[in-house]
Structures are given as C-alpha cells and as structure tokens.
Design a protein around this ligand. Sequence first.
Ligand code: NAI
Length: 210
Amino acid sequence: MEQKEVSQAVISRLPRYYRYLGELKDEGVERISSNELSERMSVTSSQIRQDLNHFGGFGQQGYGYHVETLYREIGHILGLDKTHNMIGIGAGNLGQALANYANFEKRGFRICALFDKNPALVGTKTVRGIEIFSIDDLEDYMKDHDIEIAVMTIPKTSSEGVSARLCACGIKAIWNFSHTDLDVPEGIVVENVHLSESLMKLSYAMEGKK
Ligand code: NAI
C-alpha cells in the first residue's frame, strides 16, 4: 500500500489505534465508522480520518473501516507482522518483570535471553524459562543468534559501555530504561522509556486541577 510522508505525531498515535482495533476484533466487530471509533477513543472523527488517510484506502464512504484489514495494515506499518528477537541486559527487578510479561510475544517481541553481571543470577535461575547468561558471554551469544533488539535495564553507570558492545555486535535497536541518553552510531534506533517522566506529567496535571 502506498504511504505518504507521515509525521511523527501520526506515527505516535498508531499504537493506540492498533490497541483499540485489536479490542474490536476480539469483540467480533467487523466494521466501524470513524464516528464510532471517535467515541470509543475520545479522539475527533476528523482526526481519525486525517490520520488514517495517510495510509490510503482503509475507509469507504458509508461503510466505515473494515476492522480486521485496518488492524492488519497498521500492524504491518508498525512492523508487528514479524517476530523481533530481543535480549534483556540486566536481570534485576525491572529486567525480570519485563521478561515475565508474556504479552510482548503476542505482538511479536520475543525475549530470547537475559544477561547480567551478578554471578548469583547467572546460570542459577530462569525467568519464564528464559536463561540468564553472564554479560561476559554477550559477544559469543550475539554471534550465534539473530537478535535485533536489546532491552536495557541496568544502572546508567554501566549502560554506555554495554551499549557500545551491543552496537559493535550489530544490534539494531535499544529499548532503553536506563536513565541516560545513549550515544549510538547512526542507524541504530533508541527508544527511551522513563516511567518517572510519565509520573511527573501526572503530577503536573493534578496540580493544574487544584
Ligand atoms: P536492579 O538493581 O534490581 O537490577 C539491575 C541489574 O543490572 C542487577 O541484576 C545488576 O547485577 C545488573 N547489572 C548492573 N551492571 C551490569 C552490567 N554492566 N552488565 C550486566 N548487568 C548489570 O535494578 P532495577 O530496579 O531492575 O532497575 C534497573 C535500572 O532501571 C536502574 O538503573 C533504574 O534506575 C532503572 N529504572 C528505570 C525505569 C524507567 O522508567 N526508565 C523504571 C525503573 C527502573
């Protein structure tokens, strides 16, 4: 399907469309108008039409959107129609919590292995069947496995060094939970996640309502 130049703002809204359409699909809804979708999502119907028009021909006048098709197409745009193999760097509280969340796999994100420097964790336990390897074995593991994404849940003091090693091993993307902005070569994607920033926004919104 032909795609026009799409703004980051539109792209950032696609996961939400995808989530709502997935729910509709699970409820057995076959088609939906932009007005109905607008009510569900609390977004104006003109915004929905504008957003989805970027990707061409999903909706039809008087028919609305075919839920399954739109869900599949947005999934394709987001690259969710293939499996992405991942490794977790850091098997502490956060690393284990993410590895324990089985639903990432439904979206095609598979954590294949965890790495840590703590000998008390390495080789002694698994998380949902996922083995914990020594960080010293990172390069060997990467040579033998087709890994695209690293999930970084180690303290910021170590993350630059490990990130450089990952880049040298050919990692394509880093999902970075460490509280630091990583300096990576061009072409490597970094998505920073800061839960505390989300909490700060929440705090700001609460202050505004006083
Ligand atoms: P934790 O202390 O339970 O786990 C950190 C793990 O990283 C430990 O098992 C440690 O052995 C391992 N580690 C440290 N240096 C390493 C290295 N060079 N190579 C391999 N493994 C290494 O800490 P927790 O609670 O899991 O948090 C991890 C990091 O994520 C912290 O830096 C924390 O600040 C950050 N964090 C970020 C959040 C976010 O929203 N971005 C939310 C919560 C935590």
